[in-house]
Design a binder for this molecule. Structure first.
Ligand code: FAD
Length: 475
């Protein structure tokens, strides 16, 4: 039997892969997308990758549930709303999260159908000449070929040899999204995005949360003013964040995890009911590349690509978490669209300088572009303007006064170099900076744009005005 031939085969059905497949099909190419993920409940194909199944979406579902509970128990009193004896049913909360995931698994499958993308469930291995062997979960095997292959195999959590995941007490993101009750003592290794978000979920539901971070600085990637503001707010919430603390051992004893770490004061120990290890992720390439595939890995085990996501092997591309650049769903999707367009002979485009970053804690943290430190390191002359949400009427009316907006602009040209935000809904507000930067806008441009009153976005307006020291509502 001759093998099925496609114009494009995409390996991986996450936000990189499924978006690439849809765009390729929209452009008239015969497209298949292969994914190995099995649904939690039924073991059937569950499209959407890490992002949909055990990442962005389920974490946001739990963040929302836990925020509702926290507001009910801590914030509503100020509004005159009493909620005595409020309780959380963790099973119901996890069930809601699973339902949302399932709904979107089905949504991606529907989009595939509508766009005539063939979905294939199984584990794919790429061979020489763009042949792809797919092993199904029913022991079936098929060989496909394609004119172009897009690898979008994603990433998996890094496991520490001295704190191995057991799925019950020492867990990765997947485990921490599926606890059946609130752990009384929840330890988190790593104060990155995942650690902070999942730490926040269980803290709001009543856990004592300790975050152990090896780096001496909190959120080193963020602008220092934003990191400082966020750290202050997290401290107020009772998140115990230990910086410069290096884990050396985590042992399960009975129903507890005994942890040893060292900090400036020497060796320390702690005991938790659950421990999340979230110290980063690495590209997932296990079983993906046959010896003759020709695709190279970098020394950090990422798939090697050029600026256009091409691997150097004729017709083989790679996108998303398995290649260089930020491990973010929207970056993966943008690369997917760009590659599909380049395959179709169109000018695919990704601007890595304007990829927004968001941490969905409370307050939210978001930024785009350069930090002040990066400007200093690069010797770029800059000026800044910032404005606190505490002076914004809408924020006060909402009881959301924490945080600020900071705009960094070039000292001579006034062009916006970065926007850094911490506060309510800044996951949305940051896009004002993204759009302004993408259009090569200046702080003056933002300052001259009429912003609706009363809105949180007035903080962006005022921060842009503050760049030239003319914020209106600043004493
Ligand atoms: P993935 O989503 O990892 O998808 C890869 C897919 O390929 C998987 O389904 C995998 O099974 C499949 N696959 C791999 N190898 C093969 C093979 N050989 N054969 C067949 N199938 C294969 N990012 C954000 O932008 N915003 C967020 O809020 C956010 N929150 C997150 C929260 C958590 C807890 C985690 C863990 C991550 C979060 N991320 C977030 C990161 C985001 O999930 C990833 O950046 C994104 O999923 C990467 O997309 P991808 O398509 O490259 O890979």
């Amino acid at each position: 039997m001759s093998e099925q031939h496609y114009d494009v085969i995409v390996i991986g059905g996450g936000p990189g892969g499924y978006v690439a497949a849809i765009r390729a099909a929209q452009l008239g190419m015969k497209t298949a997308c292969i994914d190995a993920t099995r649904g939690k409940a039924d073991g059937k194909m569950a499209l959407g990758g890490t992002c949909l199944n055990v990442g962005c979406i389920p974490s946001k579902a739990l963040l929302d549930s836990s925020r509702q509970f926290h507001n009910l128990t801590h914030m509503f009193k100020d509004h005159g709303i009493s909620a005595d004896n409020a309780a959380i049913d963790v099973g119901t909360m996890i069930g809601r999260k699973d339902k949302i995931v399932k709904q979107f698994n089905g949504g991606v499958a529907q989009l595939f159908k509508a766009n005539k993308v063939t979905a294939i469930h199984g584990k794919a291995t790429l061979h020489k000449g763009r042949k792809v062997v797919v092993k199904g979960f029913d022991d079936s095997e098929q060989t496909l070929s394609a004119t172009n292959v897009i690898i979008a195999s994603g990433s998996i959590p890094i496991e520490l040899p001295f704190a191995k995941f057991d799925g019950k007490h020492i867990v990765d993101n997947e485990g921490a999204l599926d606890f059946d009750s609130v752990p009384q003592r929840f330890g988190v290794i790593g104060a990155g995005v995942i650690g902070l978000e999942l730490g926040s979920v269980w803290k709001r539901l009543g856990a004592d949360v300790t975050i152990i971070e090896a780096l001496p600085d909190f959120l080193a990637a963020a602008d220092a003013d934003v990191a400082k503001t966020a750290a202050r707010e997290f401290k107020k919430q009772g998140l115990d964040i230990k910086l410069g603390a290096k884990l050396s051992k985590a042992e399960v004893k009975g129903d507890e995890v005994h942890v040893t770490y060292s900090d400036a004061k020497g060796e320390q120990s702690a005991v938790f009911d659950k421990l999340l290890v979230s110290v980063g992720r690495r590209a997932y390439t296990q079983g993906l590349l046959a010896d003759d595939a020709g695709v190279q890995l970098t020394d950090r085990s990422l798939i090697k690509v050029d600026d256009h996501c091409h691997t150097g092997v004729d017709g083989v591309w790679a996108i998303g978490d398995c290649v260089r650049g930020p491990m973010l769903a929207h970056k993966a999707s943008e690369e997917g669209i760009a590659v599909a367009e380049m395959i179709a002979g169109l000018p695919g485009h990704i601007d890595f300088n304007t990829v927004p970053w968001v941490i969905y804690t409370e307050p939210e943290i978001a930024w785009v572009g350069r930090t002040e430190q990066q400007c200093k390191d690069e010797g770029i002359p800059y000026k800044t303007g910032s404005f606190p949400f505490a002076a914004i009427g809408r924020a006060v009316a909402m009881n959301e006064t924490a945080g600020l907006v900071k705009v960094i602009a070039h000292a001579e040209t006034d062009r916006i170099l970065g926007m850094h935000l911490c506060g309510a809904n800044v996951s949305e507000l940051v896009h004002e900076g993204v759009v302004a930067m993408e259009f090569k806008g200046s702080a003056e441009d933002l300052a001259r744009i009429c912003h609706a009153h009363p809105t949180l976005s007035e903080a962006v307006h005022e921060a842009a005005l503050a760049v030239d020291k003319r914020a209106i509502h600043k004493a």
